[in-house]
Design a protein around this ligand. Structure first.
Ligand code: NI
Length: 390
């Protein structure tokens, strides 16, 4: 029997070094050229992998086992965010305004570690593993759909992935069947009125006063039309209008995001948003318009596959480290992989206030407890080994 814990412990020092290299050299979504080249070099160095580049900034490595079997995909996201890092870490970003503030540097190091460990067991492995280093998770429409469109993932029997979480205690693991991350939509709305002098509002159609009512009405969608036992979010995150204190502007532009799990609910929220923006504007003689981009579908784990991954996680880290956390309203383009195979996406705790790892994701102080990567390596290795012979 393979000693997964020993494999993960032995892999940790290189994983830490790799994560720190990536952390110091972050690249934005769709611009991960150096990152992809660096990953490609590491994979070539392991020997035995066939490495391809389905898109300019993504990398897929294929490991063929010694005998026939299933084909399992493993995914890490590799992109960083437009954030000015404020951690003060010795391996902090060397690129002003770009930061690995979501743990994708850790995901990449973990997947490289799993790839190297499995390469060493190649002769005894059944089937095939595809290691997917995915670009552009952070920027809709995301990189997953581009990789899937190339056919690089055709023939998969299952697709697995995990996320390190700074909001969940280091060493803990959560695997659940069903919904784990929300559908994420982004909207852009405009209210066109008639501008004019601030002292003569009766000669204008004031789009600011109308937009204020629209935004208030949007708050009614979740509070008054969604079943209290269901989950949804409508958030306005930006609003732009006006240039002077004595001028009523001709128009207002605003936008934000919608989150939900259920597809029918998602569609009904979109319909209500159209009705409110267009209807409230029309009631005041203005013209309201809204476009809603359904960026990411909800990540809904295959129930049977998730139950198997849960077994693998229990085997890898023990019952004491297993703790199921509720679904999150965050979005993830991992949902795209459900178009090619059953998926399971799980969470590995990386919170440790003693090491400064207690800030939320996408925060300038965000960091992870690197020890959590050992847990992530153990669970992912166990899960893929179990799936290959499932
Ligand atoms: Ni992330």
């Amino acid at each position: 029997m393979t000693d997964i814990r020993a494999i993960a412990a032995a892999a940790l020092p290189d994983a830490v070094a790799w994560r720190r290299h990536l952390h110091a050299n972050p690249e934005l979504s769709f611009q991960e050229h150096e990152t992809a080249r660096w990953i490609h070099e590491r994979l070539d160095g392991f020997g035995g992998l066939s490495v391809s580049r389905p898109t300019p900034t993504s990398v897929v490595a294929t490991l063929k086992g010694g005998r026939p079997g299933r084909t399992i995909g493993l995914r890490a996201d590799i992109d960083a965010l437009p954030i000015v890092e404020a951690t003060g870490l010795e391996f902090a970003s060397t690129r002003e305004g770009v930061m690995h503030a979501c743990g994708h540097d850790g995901h990449t190091a973990v997947l490289l570690s799993v790839a190297r460990a499995l390469t060493g067991m190649r002769a005894e492995l059944p089937g095939e593993v595809r290691f997917v280093f995915q670009h552009a998770e952070e920027l809709p429409p995301g990189g997953a759909r581009e990789i899937v469109a190339t056919g690089a993932l055709d023939g998969l029997d299952a697709m697995l992935g995990c996320h390190l979480m700074s909001t969940f205690d280091a060493g803990k693991v959560s695997v659940s069947g069903g919904p784990v991350m929300a559908a994420a939509d982004f909207f852009d709305a405009t209210v066109e009125g008639v501008g004019g002098h601030g002292a003569f509002p009766h000669q204008t159609i004031d789009p600011i006063a109308i937009t204020a009512q629209i935004i208030s009405s949007l708050q009614q969608i979740v509070s008054r039309t969604v079943d209290p036992l269901e989950s949804a979010v409508v958030t306005v995150t930006r609003i732009n209008a006006g240039s002077a204190d004595n001028v009523i502007p001709p128009s207002v532009n605003f936008g934000g995001t919608v989150r939900s799990f259920d597809q029918a609910l998602r569609e009904s929220i979109h319909e209500r948003m159209h009705r409110i923006v267009e209807g409230v504007a029309a009631a005041h003689g203005a013209r309201g318009s809204i476009t809603i981009d359904p960026a990411f579908d909800a990540v809904i784990n295959d129930v049977a596959l998730a139950a198997q991954v849960e077994e693998s996680a229990l085997r890898a880290v023990g019952e004491a480290q297993f703790q199921r956390i509720p679904p999150m309203m965050g979005g993830e383009d991992f949902s795209i992989y459900a178009r090619v195979a059953p998926i399971t996406y799980w969470f590995v705790g990386a919170r440790n206030p003693e090491k400064g790892a207690e800030w939320p994701h996408h925060h300038p102080h965000f960091t992870v407890d690197e020890q959590a990567m050992e847990t992530a390596i153990a669970v992912m290795t166990q899960a893929v080994l179990d799936q290959l012979s499932a």
